[in-house]
Design a binder for this molecule. Structure first.
Ligand SMILES: O=C(O)c1cc(=O)[nH]c(=O)n1[C@@H]1O[C@H](COP(=O)(O)O)[C@@H](O)[C@H]1O
Length: 249
């Protein structure tokens, strides 16, 4: 069986919500995880929690049956990124990401590094962070509309064999129209209408993200910092269900 097919065994799209466990300790993360269910959401372990707790917590979450997105956004010379991706695959995670800005050689090395794994993780390229807007992108020399830059990086990701990209939902419909359905669009920067945006700039509501063709919605603070995280998760699910019903009509 080609390796691309093997990844699909644990990637049936549902559940679409990926809860970002941006906590400062394993204890605080597990307090929330204990109230969740692998059938209801996937989990993301990012830099803060990983630096605090290391791979042990990741393995624990995988052992509990969760699809885990290891979000360490690797960006380095090809050999270093290849080794990091292999290490991530050894943890049994469902998804791992690298910065598409790392370029063709780095992305190709990342993909090759995990190719021979029997259950390789989905390899996703981060395009332009959702915390950037047109002005802050200009400050780092990336002029113009974010969609142009995101599309260019997504094309590079696809040509180098990646399984999809992280983008904002503001670019998702443009990408959805351009790429095949199995090219995953992973979308953070999700905020309810009128909610605080924190450090995110290219934000979109859950319903609009679904309508734009997002496969996975990465949600952190709107759930983890809610007075009642389970209620916040239910409200999000409800909004997404309604959006999908509207699309199916
Ligand atoms: O790769 C990511 O997950 C990511 C990429 C990006 O462009 N923007 C972005 O916010 N993220 C992550 O998605 C999560 C969003 O968190 P909240 O803004 O709290 O919902 C954080 O854990 C970020 O690290």
């Amino acid at each position: 069986m080609p390796s691309a097919d093997r990844t699909h065994q644990c990637d049936s799209v549902e559940p679409r919500i990926v809860v970002a466990l941006d906590f400062a300790s394993a204890g605080r993360a597990l307090e929330l995880v204990d109230r969740l269910d692998p059938g209801r959401c996937r989990l993301k372990v990012g830099k803060e929690l990983f630096v605090r707790t290391g791979p042990e917590l990741v393995k624990r979450l995988v052992d509990r049956g969760y699809s885990v997105f290891l979000d360490l956004k690797f960006h380095d010379i090809p050999n270093t990124v290849a080794g990091a991706c292999r290490a991530a695959a050894d943890l049994g995670v469902w998804m791992v990401n690298v910065h598409a800005l790392g370029g063709k050689e780095m992305l190709t090395a990342a993909r090759r590094a995990i190719d021979s794994d029997s259950q390789r993780p989905l390899l996703i390229g981060v395009t332009l962070l959702t915390s950037h807007d047109i002005q802050s992108l200009g400050e780092i020399g990336l002029q113009g509309d974010p969609l142009t830059g995101v599309t260019r990086l997504a094309e590079l990701a696809q040509h180098t064999g990646l399984d999809g990209v992280v983008c904002s939902a503001q670019e998702a419909s443009g990408l959805r129209a351009r790429f095949a359905k199995d090219f995953r669009l992973v979308v953070p920067g999700i905020r309810a209408f009128g909610a605080r945006t924190d450090d995110q700039r290219r934000v979109v509501t859950p319903a609009a993200a679904i309508a734009a063709g997002a496969d996975y919605l990465v949600v952190g603070r709107p759930i983890t910092r809610a007075a009642d995280p389970l209620w916040a998760l239910s409200a999000l699910e409800q909004e997404m269900r309604s959006a999908r019903r509207r699309l199916d009509r």
